[in-house]
Design a protein around this ligand. Sequence first.
Ligand code: HEC
Ligand code: HEC
Length: 477
Amino acid sequence: MSSTAASAPPRNLRTALPLALLLLLGCGDEEQRAGDDALLDKPELRTGEEQRERLCSRPESDLVIDAFCGDDAPPLSGLMDLRQVMGLGDNDNGINQGYAATANSTSLSHRGVSAINPRIIFFRLENEDVEDNVELIALAYTRGEQFAELVVRSRIDGELQFYLVAFTLPCEESTAGCLPGDLLTEAVEQDWGEISVYAEEDLLNTPLDCRVCHQPDGPGSEKLLRMQEFRPPWNHWLWQHSVGGRSLIDDYYAAKGDETFAGIPGPDILTSQPGLLSALVFFAGSDEQPNEYRSDLIEPEVRQSANSQGGNQPADNSVPGESETWELIYEQAKRGRAITVPYHDVKITDADKLATMSEAYAAYREGTLPREDLPDIREVYPDDPELLARIGYTTEPDMDGEAIMLQACGQCHNEDMDQTLSRSRFDVDLTRVEPMVLERAISRITLPIDDPDVMPPARFRHLDAASRDRLVEFLRR
Ligand code: HEC
Ligand code: HEC
């Protein structure tokens, strides 16, 4: 499949993009551009001021455009500046604006999120009934990522509009590169270098394509805010009024103590308000979450099944729970008909690994462990591949090739997705796939996990060698 592009080759992104962005987005490799149809190829991404020109040349009007499209880019040296520029600088967790943190995410940053590295969402509810119309905004952030995510409402068509704010860090220039201590501590929230703001249109056909999850029924359908655990007790969200939520808060503090996190003073983290976030989601019209995760049903099922075998869910997950309600939604995700679902147990962590990483982090905070020696505190998940598949990080160990394909590829390669993108050449309905593209699929599945072009994209799911072989065999037939 070595095709030489006849026309002028597109600018090679391998050299044009900083490494961090390259790993984020993959690269537009000419070899992948062999299609002779008119489908949109992987976009050429710009950065910094060049990207700002592209962003600001669109006929769009919303809070992000207000903030970034003045004469000069706003100077952002870190997360707190971004919060302030977007009007989310207040730490008060109030009645129409505030924040919520989760210990299990199914978003772009699902891998890496846990009780000791939570994902936090700052937001403000919209209100048209006040004199100064208050506009919707939410900002999602996870340590370990070199970006923050935003959603606002377009003043032009009234639709939700998604943006990614990517930043560079000084550690990228160092010989050692970025270490866990640079990415998973307060260091990652400061000293941001070049800022690149991408609209959702810029990210189409990349692994970060917001619409795959926020417009799951495809072009023309309504865009959604997501909160799969829309109802109380919001199983995986830090919430001081539920047993599960409190046990996650305890895990958080065991590692993090009183450190300031995302600009919030440590003691205030426990005011995390998932209920206010579900109000935002509700009033934005996204109350019907596809394949909803019913915390109200799943949590008691898990509790009863585990506790009848001597377990103590949700605080202790050493005896895993079982839930029929959860199995039904998992089945949808497994067949590629819905995005990954949050796990059935409140805790997704292995108790021993969690304890080790929490101790290391506490030692770092107390100054007895130097930052450069901090281990990767995201490594707290169990080793059991079956559990990992159910959490959403891999595929189930005993699956046949077709089932692997559905679980690993279905969410991005299906007929509801935008068919004008080159991504649509591959589809889990193989009757729609050209033989040449099947070959391409095989070669992309077998790429090393750190190759930006590997499929599925590494941030979403890793396939082990045996599963890859079974998938390749299936695609060859
Ligand atoms: C793989 C699916 C997926 C993709 C892709 C995705 N999101 Fe999300 N997003 C979610 C989920 C699920 C949540 C709910 C919280 C969680 O699980 O972390 C969420 C939450 C958010 C929120 C908080 C408001 C809300 O909807 O709850 C923002 C802001 C957001 N995403 C922005 C973005 C942007 C910007 C992009 C593209 C750059 C993007 N997302 C891509 C799944 C996704
Ligand atoms: C998170 C979304 C996502 C998942 C999951 C995913 N892909 Fe992709 N895939 C993409 C995107 C985006 C592109 C287009 C950009 C590119 O070529 O890198 C793409 C492109 C491809 C292409 C090239 C199509 C062409 O001819 O141009 C193949 C083949 C492919 N994917 C196969 C797979 C297979 C097989 C799986 C599962 C093992 C998979 N993908 C899982 C997002 C995904």
